[in-house]
Write a protein of this length. Sequence first.
Length: 239
Amino acid sequence: MRLNKIFTCLFFSIILLFSCENNSESAIIEEEIVEEIIDEKIRILSLGDSYTIGQSVCDTCSFPKQLTDSLRQRNDKLEFNLKVIATTGWTTRNLISAIENENLDTNFNLVTLLIGVNNQYQNLPFSTFEKEFPTLINKAINAVGSDKSKLIVLSIPDYAFTPFGNGNTKISIEIEQYNAYIKSYCLSKNITFLNITEITKTGLINTDFVARDGLHPSEKAYTEFVKLLLPLASQKLGI
């Protein structure tokens, strides 16, 4: 009887020993995973024109900057790097050339694209946009390692609802044509499309949504963009 007790104690001691070793190994593995997550750099790429660069607002007021800051607040253990390729006045052709000159990496974690207003403003043929927009989509997807789920395409703001546009219905009709095409194309390719145009349509009533130049969105308007963007970006980044 005593011998049985001894064997029983030895048996459970061995089990406990292996259990402790396994727990120790698991703890080490979990620690390594945590360290890997903490050390991870989240790379965000924003492509566009004046609406992306944040014309007439402060350096930290554009929607890409505000989005990056909001993501950082959600997880301050991650390092966020934002790269913006955008300039006021750029058309689709200008943006294509700029991307090609950059020789971009293909390891970005998230990319946003907002383009087209200058095609409309410069009265370029709509067929030009139909030809060049898909090229930009492909370049944007390539920047995130060919994972189109990491792309968010934003609609074009309607600048008719600014002091500069002065309620010009021709502007609104043409912007709507561009946005209808963008939305349709994105839906057909299963690409995330975000409509922020409705926010800008309050510009003549809510003057706080228009920058001091009387044409571009203000910091407050971009904040409203980010309220819609943040849940999508967080989901795609797993944050």
